[in-house]
Each structure stands twice: as C-alpha cells, then as structure tokens.
Design a binder for this molecule. Structure first.
Ligand SMILES: NC(=O)c1ccc[n+]([C@@H]2O[C@H](COP(=O)([O-])OP(=O)(O)OC[C@H]3O[C@@H](n4cnc5c(N)ncnc54)[C@H](O)[C@@H]3O)[C@@H](O)[C@H]2O)c1
Length: 337
C-alpha cells in the first residue's frame, strides 16, 4: 500500500474510489474530501497519473484482482464505493471489444463480489449517455428513453448497470447509476484537470490545437442533421459532476435504495460552437479540418436533468460553455508551461 498525505485528518466515512486517479475520479475525490469524507483511491494507472491522488490514501492495483480487493476492503473497510474505473474509448472498444468486456464488465463483477464478501452495501457507478445509443429524436433524453448502445463501450456500461441492479435485487446492494453526458472543464481552483495521453476528448484536443501542439483540430462530420451539420453534445463541467456524486452518496447513506440519473445541463452545443468558444477564450483563431464521421457517433445527445435536480437537489454552478473552456484552458496552459 502506498499512502499519500498520511497526516491528512478526515472525520467522515471512508469511501473507496475506483479509478480515483482519473479525470472525473480525481475531481470527485477533492469534492468528497471537502465534504468531510475520506476517499481511498484504487487505480491501476492504465490511464492516469499518481499526482492526481491528493486527498487520501492510494491503493495501486486492478479491480479484477480478487486478492488485492480483499486486502483493500480489509484495510479500509469502506462505507461505500464510487466506481469510476473503466476503459473509456468508444473507438478502441470497437477494435478491442474483449478488453472492454473484460475490464468494464468482468472488472465490475469482481468489484461487486468483493463488496458482497466484505459487507459493503452501497455503490455509485459511472454510467454513460452511450447506453442510449442513437436516439430517434433530438429531444433531451430522460432516464426512461430506450437503451440501445451502438458500440461495445456503451454495451459494457449497460451490462454493468444491469448487473449492479441484480445485486441490488438479490443482495440488497444500494446503488446510484449516474449517466454522464460529456464531462469537460477543470477544477476552477486549478488543482486538477484532464490529462490523457493521447487525448481524444474534443475540448482538450481543440486546446492543444490553440496551443500549437497535438494532432490539430478536426470536426468529424459536418453533414449531420443538426443546425450547423456538426454533432451536438451536452457538456457538463467536471466539478458539477463531482458534486452530484457527493449528493448521491448522502442520499444512499440516508436510506435511498437505488436511483438512476442523467447528468448534463439539458442544453447541447455543436462541435462548431465549441470551436468558436475555444477561439473566444484562447484568443487564437483555431482552424479545423473537416474529417469523416466517426462510426457510432449519434448526431445529438442532450440530457434531460430534471430528475437529478428534483431528487438529488443537484444545482449546477459552472454551467456555461465559456467557463468550461476557460477552466480547461487555464489547466492546459499551466501544464504546458
Ligand atoms: N469522461 C466522460 O465524458 C465520461 C462520460 C460518460 C461516462 N464516463 C465514465 O466515467 C468514468 C471515469 O471517466 P474518466 O473520463 O475520468 O476516465 P479516466 O480514464 O480518466 O479514469 C478512469 C480511471 O480508471 C482507471 N482504471 C481503468 N481500468 C482499471 C482497472 N481495471 N483497475 C483499476 N483502475 C482502472 C484508469 O487508470 C483511470 O485512472 C469511466 O467509467 C467512464 O466510462 C466518462
């Protein structure tokens, strides 16, 4: 076991955060620590860095490793698990589905089984808008919309959701499934941000282009049935996403048995609009080339967040595209100095 910040004093419950060194996981650990919890990070660093583990102990290892999980559960006796760990690339999941089913589905079963063995009875799971596949209508999606993933990544998320719900039904596991739309932005205090290598998400890629590094800005498809022809997505600031996990945890601790919530702002921006925001914020006239459509990219994915607002009391604080882009740009600029 490696322990960071050993002298960090916390007074709240211990929460095991799988994938806690990753982009959304690290921001959530910060939010948990600020809310008085003790986040224990479990990560294999397949897509992250140890510098992002700052708010509690670190357990380096894999969710598929039974002996390791038993040791972690015994050492920390968490009250709940927040399960971010997973592979996240849609395109890669099409090329290597076995890796995705192994890591995201078998890994989740391994984690749930360890929780069951050690009497840990609450979980919050990182699901995705990818479970909805290609919606028939461009209208905001509520949680009841039909689920029909169009790639192995989305399938793994839907399967993991079903497995968690079955553990709930049979073993009394309390769970919240959070379906994120497009996480973006960085910690407004500048302590954390997105750091993947290579980077595949739109905003950091456009920022790389503004900086003059990376592979250049591309728009994948400008002939979709959307107002300007480029894909429309619901970008949600990562700190608002992190805050939703703290709210969900509080509800589970106060007796919520289960819940499923979309997390987005209910407003979509096209790739071209995001590009304009990047130009506005950075002051750089970023030129993008039009590339072919990517397989499995729905024209428009926008959340209906009414349920998370009403039931969890979620109240977004960073919901403008310019704040998302400017926090990401501050982080990016500091990293590339
Ligand atoms: N970023 C988004 O917009 C988005 C949208 C929807 C859903 N999600 C989901 O949210 C979660 C977090 O996403 P992110 O963007 O922070 O990704 P990320 O890659 O930054 O974080 C995932 C973390 O999990 C770790 N990990 C992967 N497999 C592991 C394993 N077998 N054992 C231990 N650790 C492992 C990685 O090292 C990484 O630190 C993922 O499950 C992802 O599918 C993300």
């Amino acid at each position: 076991m490696t322990t960071k910040d050993e002298d960090l004093e916390t007074f709240g419950d211990t929460i095991l955060v799988t994938g806690g060194a990753g982009y959304i996981g690290s921001h959530t650990c910060k939010a948990l620590a600020e809310a008085g919890y003790k986040p224990v990070v479990l990560d294999n660093f397949s897509n992250s860095n140890s510098w992002a583990v700052r708010w509690g102990p670190l357990e380096e290892g894999d969710i598929g490793d039974k002996g390791f999980l038993d040791g972690v559960m015994q050492r920390h006796q968490p009250k709940a698990v927040i399960h971010f760990a997973g592979l996240i690339e849609v395109g890669e999941s099409v090329k290597h589905p076995a890796r995705y089913y192994q890591n995201n589905v078998s890994g989740t079963i391994s984690l749930l089984s360890a929780m069951e063995r050690h009497g840990v009875d609450k979980i919050i799971f990182s699901s995705s808008a990818a479970v909805y596949g290609t919606p028939e209508l461009p209208a905001p999606l509520d949680e009841e919309c039909s689920k029909s993933p169009v790639n192995p990544y989305g399938q793994t998320k839907l399967m993991a959701e079903k497995i968690i719900a079955d553990f709930g039904e049979s073993y009394g596991l309390g769970y919240v499934l959070l379906r994120y739309f497009n996480a973006a932005g960085a910690d407004p205090a500048g302590e954390l941000g997105e750091s993947h290598d290579p980077e595949s998400h739109l905003i950091p890629r456009l920022l790389e282009a503004a900086h003059g590094s990376g592979a250049g800005a591309t728009i994948n498809g400008d002939d979709y049935d959307t107002p300007d022809g480029s894909c429309v997505r619901d970008y949600i600031h990562v700190s608002d996403l992190a805050a939703a996990h703290v709210l969900a945890l509080g509800k589970l601790e106060n007796g919520l048995k289960n819940g499923i919530y979309n997390l987005g702002y209910g407003r979509g921006y096209s790739v071209k609009e995001v590009l304009q925001a990047v130009c506005r914020v950075t002051g750089v006239e970023v030129k993008a080339t039009i590339a072919p459509r990517r397989a499995g990219d729905p024209p428009s994915l926008v959340a209906d967040p009414s349920k998370v607002i009403t039931e969890l009391g979620w109240s977004p604080k960073h919901d403008t595209l310019d704040e998302i882009v400017s926090t990401a740009w501050s982080w990016f600029s500091r990293q590339s100095q």
